[in-house]
Design a protein around this ligand. Structure first.
Ligand code: FAD
Ligand code: ZN
Length: 478
C-alpha cells in the first residue's frame, strides 16, 4: 500500500474503483495481490496498484473509463498461464490489473448454428465440457486448459495440440465483445460463418495480448464431437523419421490426424523424475518419440486398424523403432497427460531459456540439428530439450545448464541464446514466436526481426485504438 498511500491521484483512483465496483472487487492488500503479480515461470514480478475483478462487461467498461480518466495503465489478466509475462504489471505500483476471472459464464450454446458464447473468464476446460455435454467439440486443447481462460487464449491466439486438424484460437472464433481503451463497448458478438462487411475487426484483438482492448466475451465455433480415436506413442530414430511418419499418417488417414507431437527423450527423463505417477510406456529407451492421435466422428471407421497398419509399415521401413497404441480411453489420456505435463516438469527441474519457434514443417529436423550444434558450439555443456507440435512446424526448444546449480548462469545469457536460435529460425524462414506471443520477454525481438514497415503499421493501429497508450503498455510492441 505504501506506493498508493504516497500518491494521492492513485489513491483517488482506487477509491473511485471501490465506490463503483464495490470494495470486494478491488484488491489492494499485498497478500491478495501476490498471485496476480508474478508470471507462471516465477521470473517476472510486478507490483499492481490494485487488482480489479469485474463481474460484468459494464463493470469492465466502468473500470477502463475510470483508469483512462486517471491516466492509469491497465493490464488484463486471465488464467496467468502465459509464457511471455504479458499479464504481469510493472513494478512501480502504477498499473491496474483487470482480472477477468469472475466473468466466467457461458452465456449460450446454439446447437443448430454450432456456436457457444462464452465470457472471457471462462476456463478453457469448462468450455470444452459444455460443448461435450451438447455432443459437440470445442477444439482448442492445451496443457494449461484447466486454468487458462478463453480471453487469454484469444488474446495470445493460442495453439496447442489440435491445431493440425482444427487450427489455432483465431480459427475458432466468429465474434467478439471488447471493451475499448476509452471504456466504450464494441459488440461484435456475431455468429456468422460469412460476413464480408469491411475490415474484420475481431482479428485485431485476437493475438493482441491486451494491448488494444479487453475481450469480454466471444462467439466460439463448435465442431462435431469425435466418436472414435486411436492414440499411439511411437519411438523414432530422429526428427527426420518423425517427419516421414507425419507424411505416412497423412497418406493413410488424411484429416483424421488430429495431433502429432515430437518429444525428445530427456523431456521424459525430467517428467518421470518430477511427476512419478508417470512411467515409461515402452520397455527400452529411445532418443525421440512421436505422440500421434487420429479421431473421427464415425464409429464405423476402424482407426485402431489404420493406426496398426501404419505403424507396422513404419516399423518395417525403419521410420519407427517401437510403439504402443493406447488400449483404452484412459490409456490415451495418460499418454496425452505425459505430453501436457512436460512444461510443468521442466519448470520444476530448473530455469530454462525457452524458445517457441516455428519453421516450415519440412525444416524442423534442420532447426533442431543446426540449433543444437550452434548452441553447443558456444555453450558446450548446455542441456537442450525439444518438444512440441511437429505437425504445425512449432517446437519448444529450451536450453539450460548441465547442472541445476549453474542454471542461473544460463538465464543471464538468455539474450545470447535467443539471438543464436532466433537468427537460425529466421534463416529457415520461420518465426521467433509461434504460439505463446510476445508479452514482455520478447518485445525487443520485434524490433530486431520485424520489418520497419510492419512495425510502423502495428504502431499506427495501436495509436488509433489506444491513443493514450494505457492498454498493457510495454507488451508486444518495442
Ligand atoms: P494470461 O496468461 O492471463 O494472459 C496472456 C496475455 O493475454 C496477457 O498479455 C494478458 O494481458 C492478455 N489477456 C488475458 N485475458 C485477456 C482479455 N480478456 N482481454 C485482453 N487481453 C487479455 N500456449 C499455446 O499456445 N499452446 C500450448 O500448447 C500451450 N501449452 C501450455 C502449457 C502450460 C502448462 C502452460 C502453463 C501454458 C501453455 N501455453 C500454451 C501458454 C498459453 O499462452 C496460455 O496457457 C493461454 O493461452 C493463456 O491464457 P491465460 O488465460 O492464462 O492468459
Ligand atoms: Zn506448445
Amino acid at each position: 500500500m505504501s506506493a498508493v498511500a504516497s500518491n494521492p491521484a492513485r489513491q483517488a483512483l482506487v477509491r473511485a474503483l471501490q465506490a463503483t465496483l464495490g470494495p470486494s472487487a478491488v484488491l489492494t492488500e499485498s497478500g491478495d495481490l501476490a498471485a496476480y503479480a508474478v508470471d507462471w515461470r516465477g521470473r517476472a514480478r510486478g507490483v499492481p496498484l490494485a487488482v480489479v475483478r469485474p463481474a460484468s462487461t459494464a463493470e469492465v467498461a466502468a473500470t477502463v473509463r475510470l483508469c483512462a480518466q486517471a491516466g492509469a495503465a491497465i493490464v488484463p489478466q486471465g488464467g496467468n498461464s502465459g509464457q511471455c509475462a504479458g499479464a504481469v504489471p510493472s513494478s512501480d505500483a502504477s498499473q491496474v490489473v483487470v482480472s477477468l476471472a469472475r466473468m466466467n459464464r457461458i452465456r449460450s450454446l446454439d446447437e443448430q448454428n454450432n456456436t457457444l458464447v462464452a465470457e472471457a473468464g471462462c476456463v478453457l476446460a469448462n468450455i470444452q465440457e459444455a460443448a461435450a455435454a451438447a455432443d459437440r467439440l470445442f477444439a482448442l486443447s492445451l496443457g494449461a486448459e484447466g486454468s487458462c481462460q478463453i480471453g487469454g487464449n484469444l488474446s495470445t491466439n493460442a495453439g496447442g495440440t489440435a491445431v493440425l486438424r482444427y487450427g489455432n484460437a483465431r480459427d475458432l472464433v466468429l465474434g467478439l465483445e471488447v471493451v475499448l481503451a476509452d471504456g466504450s463497448v464494441w459488440d461484435g458478438l456475431r455468429g456468422l460463418r460469412k460476413d464480408n462487411t469491411g475490415y474484420d475487426l475481431k482479428q485485431l484483438f485476437i493475438g493482441a495480448e491486451g494491448t488494444l482492448g479487453i475481450i469480454t466475451a466471444a462467439v466460439l465455433k463448435l465442431h462435431p464431437r469425435p466418436k472414435s480415436s486411436a492414440t499411439a506413442l511411437i519411438a523414432v530414430p530422429n526428427p527426420s523419421a518423425a517427419l516421414g511418419l507425419l507424411d505416412r499418417f497423412r497418406a493413410e488417414c488424411g484429416d483424421r490426424l488430429t495431433g502429432l507431437e515430437l518429444i525428445s527423450r530427456n523431456c521424459f527423463d525430467i517428467l518421470f523424475k518430477h511427476i512419478p505417477r508417470f512411467t515409461d510406456p515402452l520397455s527400452a529407451r529411445y532418443e525421440w518419440y512421436v505422440l500421434a492421435e487420429m479421431s473421427d466422428t464415425l464409429t464405423s471407421v476402424d482407426l485402431r486398424a489404420i493406426m496398426e497398419s501404419t505403424l507396422q509399415d513404419a516399423l518395417e521401413s525403419g521410420l519407427a523403432l517401437d510403439a504402443v497404441i493406447a488400449g483404452s480411453q484412459g490409456q490415451a489420456e495418460t499418454l496425452w497427460a505425459m505430453r501436457d505435463e512436460i512444461p510443468e516438469a521442466n519448470r520444476r527441474e530448473t530455469p530454462w531459456v525457452r524458445h517457441d519457434v516455428s519453421v516450415p514443417v519440412s525444416r524442423i529436423p534442420e532447426l533442431i540439428e543446426r540449433g543444437s550444434q550452434a548452441l553447443r558450439a558456444r555453450f558446450p555443456d548446455l542441456r537442450i530439450v525439444a518438444f512440441g507440435h511437429l505437425g504445425d512446424g512449432n517446437i519448444h526448444f529450451n536450453a539450460s545448464s548441465a547442472l541445476p546449480a549453474g542454471a542461473e548462469d544460463v538465464i543471464a545469457r538468455q539474450e545470447e541464446i535467443y539471438s543464436i536460435v532466433h537468427a537460425l529460425v529466421m534463416t529457415l524462414g520461420g518465426s521467433f514466436s509461434a504460439e505463446h506471443g510476445i508479452g514482455l520477454v520478447k518485445a525487443h525481438e520485434m524490433a530486431r526481426y520485424k520489418s520497419p514497415l510492419e512495425l510502423e503499421l502495428m504502431h499506427r493501429i495501436k495509436r488509433a485504438l489506444d491513443p493514450g497508450g494505457l492498454m498493457n503498455p510495454g507488451k508486444v510492441l518495442p
